[in-house]
Design a protein around this ligand. Structure first.
Ligand code: SF4
Ligand code: SF4
Length: 378
């Protein structure tokens, strides 16, 4: 694999504070199987009350009915609508009697299993916490590391002890100066957690690529995302589900790019009201990063677990032009493919299709904005 770095095309500095937005008037909760629904229209529901199998209310309020929304991939989903009363009322306040650093493995697994979370079940060797963010204009994990440093290190150290793990690493990019500084300043209290810094190469957010880069593909490593660590912390420390997430809103159309802490189920159009737009030009919206993201209509889109970023791009920057034969798509491809040549073939040979990892770097660097991702048509 060839490792490549992406240069910043735009000077977009994400603000260093997190904006809170947890009081949207309506919250939309995706329901996969309406047969498992436990509540009905007009019912009052408490925050974290189970609404259907494995579905919990992110806020308290009244159920209004069902509405079709879309997720971050642009797929239609059926949602329950809750009129948020803004009171964040719980049915019962149950406090954790257990001291955080005294949890045993079985107790931790039991709590996670209650919510169908199984990501700790098969970890018995080295644990790697992947805190890398590939996209240059997304700062969710960087901000999480800065704002929740203690919670993250405390939880990783607890997992190390309770699961009896020989080694635990947290991996960051060496150019994330603020989060690297914050972790370095605090990691001394947890001498068993090792920090690994990696260069600013694109693709290392993917655990498979990271494993190849750090350990030459050896298999006795387990990976967790830094966001999983926060989910575990909230459950063990506060006895609470995670009902909010960080989303980065940036792009040429935004005056001050920022990270917003927002409730699951909030309409994306409501989130955008929290940012100041530059002027009244028309914008296209790219969901989940400039490199891999998609242009989507966000009118009915809600905040789901897989929504990471919203990028506003002026419409005239988005039009597709003819190939300039610049060769950039070939130069950047981590798998040494020539996507422009291959895309022009009547049928792309299977071996090349299999070699492409769908990273979309070729389309991202193309000055003519041609879609070159070989996996896109599969
Ligand atoms: S999407 Fe495929 S062809 Fe394009 S850069 Fe990535 S690996 Fe290469
Ligand atoms: S990067 Fe785009 S413009 Fe340049 S050679 Fe490839 S397809 Fe053509």
């Amino acid at each position: 694999m060839r490792y490549v770095s992406i240069k910043n095309e735009y000077d977009l500095k994400v603000s260093t504070y997190v904006t809170e937005f947890i009081d949207s008037e309506y919250i939309y909760v995706p329901i996969n199987d309406f047969k498992t629904l436990i509540i009905k229209s007009n019912d009052y529901v408490y925050k974290e009350q189970e609404l259907a199998q494995d579905v919990y209310a992110p806020v308290s309020g009244n159920i209004l009915g069902v509405q079709e929304c879309i997720n971050a991939k642009g797929h239609k989903i059926q949602c329950l609508v809750i009129k948020n009363d803004g009171k964040e009322r719980f049915k019962e306040v149950s406090l954790n009697k257990q001291k955080f650093n005294e949890y045993q493995k079985e107790e931790i697994l039991t709590i996670l299993h209650k919510y169908n979370l199984y990501f700790l079940d098969n970890i018995d060797d080295t644990l790697v916490i992947n805190a890398i963010e590939d996209d240059i204009y997304v700062a969710n994990k960087v901000m999480l590391l800065e704002k929740r440093t203690d919670n993250i290190l405390q939880t990783i150290d607890l997992l190390r002890k309770a699961l009896d793990l020989p080694k635990v690493y947290i991996v960051l990019k060496n150019n994330d100066a603020n989060s690297v500084g914050k972790i370095i300043n605090n990691i001394g209290r947890y001498p068993q957690i090792k920090l690994k810094l990696v260069p600013n190469y694109y693709g290392l957010e993917d655990n498979f690529n990271l494993q190849n880069f750090l350990f030459n593909g050896e298999s006795n490593y387990s990976f967790l995302d830094v966001k999983d660590i926060i989910v575990i912390y909230n459950l063990l420390k506060k006895n609470r589900l995670t009902t909010k997430k960080y989303i980065t809103v940036s792009g040429l159309g935004v005056k001050k790019p920022k990270v917003i802490n927002v409730k699951f189920g909030t309409l994306v159009s409501d989130v955008l009201k929290k940012v100041e737009l530059k002027n009244d030009r028309e914008y296209e919206i790219i969901i989940n990063g400039l490199v891999k993201g998609k242009y989507l209509n966000i009118s009915k889109m809600i905040v789901t677990n897989d929504l990471e970023s919203i990028f506003l791009m002026p419409k005239d920057n988005c039009s597709v032009k003819s190939c300039l034969n610049c060769g950039l798509c070939y130069e950047c491809c981590p798998r040494n493919l020539n996507p422009k040549y291959l895309k022009n073939l009547p049928k792309i040979p299977k071996e090349y299709l299999e070699r492409c990892n769908g990273c979309n770097l070729c389309s991202y660097v193309c000055p003519a904005k041609i879609n070159l991702n070989l996996k896109e048509d599969c």
